[in-house]
Structure formats: C-alpha cells, structure tokens
Design a protein around this ligand. Structure first.
Ligand code: PLP
Ligand code: TYF
Length: 396
C-alpha cells in the first residue's frame, strides 16, 4: 500500500524549529517561526489567561460536546472584536461566525465552503505570502496564483503591481488579503491604498478573504480591525479568518474563527448551515478549553482590559526591538541604511539578506531565520540583540 508513497517536503518554517532544537550552539537564537517571546526569551502565559483559567478551575465544568459552530459566547465575542458588537452588520444578523481550530482552521473551513459555492474560481495570494495559504487553497481543490506584493528593489509594496493584478483577475476570483502585519514581509498597505483595493475588488466582483492573524500587533486592536469595517461599508460579501494564537499567546490551544458576511440575515443563516456541514464532516465540533478561555477574557470587562494592556506591551516591545536592531546594526558597522526595519510592522522583518547570508547566520552563529531573509523580530530581546546585530554585520 505504501511502497510508492513519496517523502513529503518539510514545512520550511516549522522544519527550521527542528533544526534549531538540534543545534548545540549555546548562543543560538530562533528568529524562524512567528512566535512572540518576552524579554527573557520565554513564551508568555498571559495574566488574563491565567485569571480566566483560575476562575474556571474554581468552578470546574463537565466537558460535553460543543455545538458544531462552537461556544455561542465565543462566536459573539469574535463578532464584536472583528466587526464591533454594536455595528449594523452584526446587529442585523448578516455575520455568520464559527469557532475554528486556529486561524488555519478558519482558512480551511472557508476554503472548503468556497469550493462548494464557487467551484471554478481561482485563488490569488500575495507574492510572497504565508506558504500555508497556497497549500490550504490548493488542497481544497483550487488553482492558486499570486498578485504582486513585495518589491525588493524599493523595499516596499509594489502597490501598482498589486492593483494591476487584482484588476486583471476574472470575476469571482478569491483574493486572500493579509488584514494587517503582512507575513512574511512586514509591509502593510495604507488606509488610502485599502480604499483602492476595495474599489477594484468591488468593480471586478472578486471575493475578498481577509486573514487576520495578528490583530493588535500592528497599531492597536481597533486600528488593525478598521480595514474590515471598510470592506463591510463597501457592501461586499467577505470572509475573515481570525487567529488568537499570537494575540493570546495560546498557540497550542488552536483558537480561531471564520466569519462570513452575507447580504442579509437569511443568507447568513444559510451560509452558517453550510459552514456547519464542513465542520461536521471534518472534526464534528471544536475543542472546549481555548475557546472558553478567550470568551471568558473578551466578555469580562476587567479581563478584557488586562488583555488589551498585555497585548499592547507585546506590540510596544516588538517596536522597541525593531529600533534596537536598526541602531545596533549601525553601531556594528553596517553601512547601508537599515531604517526600513522600523517601517515594517508586526512580528516579521524581511531583512533583505540573501539565502547565502541566512545560511551563514545559521551555520556560523546559530541564528535561525528563513532562507527568504524573514526574521521574527518578536523573538529578539535585550540579551540576544547585540549578538544578532554583530552576526548580521559579519555576514552583510
Ligand atoms: N495566517 C497567517 C498569515 C499566519 O501567519 C498564521 C500563523 O500562524 C496563521 C494564519 C495561522 O494561525 P494559527 O496558528 O492560529 O492557525
Ligand atoms: O509564519 C509563521 O512563522 C507562523 C507560524 O505551517 C507557522 O505563522 C508557520 C508555519 C506553519 C504554521 C504556522
């Protein structure tokens, strides 16, 4: 049965983790995977999460099956976070939200549902994008292409190219868009540019699928979420996947969601019924713990305020590290202006380093980033920053 089964390639990012774990260099630094570490290099367990878990432990509950679409209080909290609890779109019942197994699960539920309603559509992802975008939509049966995004020469978004590619797409094409904190480049488009993208999406009849994996890591929770409001205001049917992996530091709990905005309440109810079929035939219903924690935090004013404070601390620390990286590289003798690192936003920096330079960083210094030059600046801290700056200066 398995004699002809081929060895599948490793995930380029998660594969680096294995290599990092095996590295015996005592100075090693993992800038590969997109995970936030605190200034002590530790994965944080947020206080808001601990408080919610403590309250849950004090009143333990049995673990029955959840509804197929997840915890009602969770789904409502997601709607509030993504669209605004008092927004017309939520109040009029036009949003169908389901709990999902991480942001990845939200993308996958959306992809499988889209394959049913729009079987011949093509999918466009940004060039470059999170590689799993391509894999998820390909595995759902779609042909996946790209729209221009990163311009290495100018170290910015090739916005004209992006607009041109979206303009050239056939009606019904699914456009996967990074809502904020673009992975892997760290370059987002401006609010005014979003307006232009929305105009093209509307004029060409594209289906926007917004991936929101880093809400709160850019400029703030509401600020990062504002782009969703723009799409809603344009009267479009939209898909939004949400991930709480990073914003709650709950990576392993797999907490996410998919929200679909439909034309009216009746349409949203029919969409929801179809999303539930996708879920039922894949994993029946979601797990309880992570969703319960996030719902407890988002629905309790005190815990919610604590979460916003802790998320802001993560955001501010990443920005401080970006500045330290720019200053440290200059001090280490790097001639070229690395100021672009502070223009980028979110967890990642496309450093502009070549594959050879990234390989040298790994083999000579134990500093792990991807071959494309992506570094997770959220893993830099006051103890490793000097070492990283010295090493980069040596390979440049
Ligand atoms: N989308 C993007 C752009 C990501 O970077 C990630 C990272 O993990 C995800 C989706 C998946 O999120 P999750 O880990 O919650 O599945
Ligand atoms: O881009 C990253 O590093 C994160 C984590 O298959 C990740 O989004 C990486 C690869 C993958 C799943 C998650």
């Amino acid at each position: 049965l398995f004699s002809a089964v081929e060895m599948a390639p490793r995930d380029p990012i998660l594969g680096l983790n294995e290599q990092f774990a095996a590295d015996t260099n005592p100075h090693k630094v993992n800038l590969g995977v997109g995970v936030y570490f605190d200034d002590n290099g530790k994965l944080p367990l947020l206080q808001c999460v601990q408080a919610a878990e403590k309250a849950m432990m004090e009143k333990p509950t049995a673990r029955g099956y959840l509804p197929i679409d997840g915890i009602v209080a969770y789904d409502n909290a997601v709607k509030g976070l993504v669209f605004g609890a008092e927004s017309d779109v939520v109040k009029s019942g036009r949003v169908a939200t389901v709990q999902a197994i991480g942001g990845t699960g939200g993308l996958k539920i959306g992809a499988d549902f889209l394959k049913k309603v729009s079987p011949n559509a093509k999918v466009l992802i940004s060039d470059p994008s999170w590689e799993n975008h391509r894999a998820i939509f390909t595995n759902a049966g779609f042909e996946v292409g790209t729209y221009a995004y990163y311009d290495a020469a100018t170290r910015s978004v090739n916005f004209d190219g992006m607009l041109a590619d979206l303009n050239a797409a056939a009606p019904g094409t699914i456009a996967v868009l990074h809502a904020c904190c673009h992975n892997p480049t760290g370059y987002d488009i401006t609010a005014a540019q979003w307006d232009q993208v929305i105009a093209v999406v509307k004029a060409k009849g594209l289906t926007p699928f917004l991936d929101m994996a880093y809400q709160g890591f850019g400029h703030g929770i509401a600020e990062d979420g504002a782009v969703i409001g723009k799409f809603v205001a344009a009267g479009l049917d939209i898909f939004v996947s949400t991930s709480f992996s990073k914003s709650f530091s709950l990576y392993g709990e797999r907490v996410g969601a998919l929200s679909v905005v439909a034309a009216d309440k009746d349409e949203a109810a029919r969409v929801l019924s179809q999303l539930k079929i996708v879920i039922r035939t894949n994993y029946s219903n979601p797990p309880t713990h992570g969703g319960a924690v996030v719902a407890a935090v988002l629905n309790n004013p005190e815990l919610r305020a604590l979460w916003e404070k802790e998320l802001a601390e993560m955001r501010v620390r990443i920005k401080a590290m970006r500045q330290k990286l720019v200053d440290g590289l200059k001090a280490a003798g790097v001639q070229q202006d690395m100021g672009f690192i502070t223009t980028q936003i979110g967890m990642f920096s496309y450093s502009g380093l070549s594959k050879d330079q990234m390989v040298r960083l790994r083999s000579e210094f134990g500093i792990y980033g991807t071959d494309t030059g992506r570094m997770c600046v959220a893993a830099l801290n006051s103890k490793n920053i000097d070492y990283v700056c010295q090493a980069i200066a040596k390979v440049i």
